[in-house]
Design a protein around this ligand. Sequence first.
Ligand SMILES: *Cc1c(COP(=O)(O)O)cnc(C)c1O
Length: 381
Amino acid sequence: MIPYGRQYLDEEDIREVSKVLRSNWLTTGPRVSDFEEAVADYVGVKYAVAVNSGTAALHCSMYALGIDDGDEVIVPPMTFAATANCIVYQKGVPVFADVDPNTLLIDPEGIEEKIGLRTKAIVAVDYAGHPCNYEKLKYIAKKNNMSLISDGCHALGAEYKKEKVGTLADMTVFSFHPVKHITTGEGGMIVTNDSEYRDRMRRFRNHGIKSDYVKRDAMGSWVYEIDELGFNYRITDIQCALGISQLKKLEGFLKRRREIAELYNVLLLDIPTIRPLEVKEEVSHAYHLYVIRAEFSSIGADKAHFFSALRGKGIGVNVHYIPVHFHPFYRRHFNTGPGLCPVAEKAYEQIITLPIYPGMSDTDVETVIKALKDTIKEFTK
Ligand SMILES: *Cc1c(COP(=O)(O)O)cnc(C)c1O
């Protein structure tokens, strides 16, 4: 089976993790701040806060903004549910704004009609690794006195108008799950230029403990204070050692992902019923996912059968994503459902994610294309 995504680890990664296992620090130690600094330097921001998942990172960002009971936050439906769940963790209300039909990124034109008195923020998702239209998003956020968060979990290393994802919003969130650009097993990070957000998130990841408590000695050195409720979202030194080592390989990973995408683009020209998503001139795409749209009516298959036929040929296709507002939880609690975001809903009928990962060979790409052609042939005859 050719999977849709896969981590790439080498002996160097294993050595770096082993060093930590032989040291005194397993959890929050020097590797955590080293990793934070390395990612902040890479994207070109002042601060980073590392946590134990991308989801935790999203939650931290909502906490840092002060999202509270009944506050509304605008999100696209074409994303992993965590993007919206993090709003609900803070008792906020996710408001779904539809996507652009060609890129499946949040459509800035549809945002303003969704803004109400309690709308506090937009969470933009750089779907598949294609940065959103940050120029327009920043303008809308500023004009309406809202914060802009980037869910950059697909887009580490991507650029919009020569600026890296991570520098384009008030806070940007990354994930280090094994299918993402670099991995720590599980892990996530928020990058920002705002020291207040950084401090709030540092406390939030550690039970709300003020680690900078200065009067410790006067009161007894066991004393610490919890002023606001936090969680245990700490990441370990073991994970961060892997992250530091992986980050050194990121440029190579991105280069290979872009080569694979280019090869797909060329080979798909032979298949008129399948086309890739649009890529805007002004971006450098990070290709976390390679998403195609298929005209199933011309192929003469329904999506489920087509999908199963590809899986049956050893191609680990996937679907990103079931629109978040379709999930029963959102229907039940937020009265969502079909019709709310028609563009995303129509796209969902058409999209399939093809395998893409740094260790994928050109031959693997050709195998995928052949499987697509064979499957289409089987259904058309
Ligand atoms: C992976 C992902 C997340 C969640 O990250 P985890 O590390 O799995 O918690 C959130 N948003 C998007 C868009 C993602 O792809």
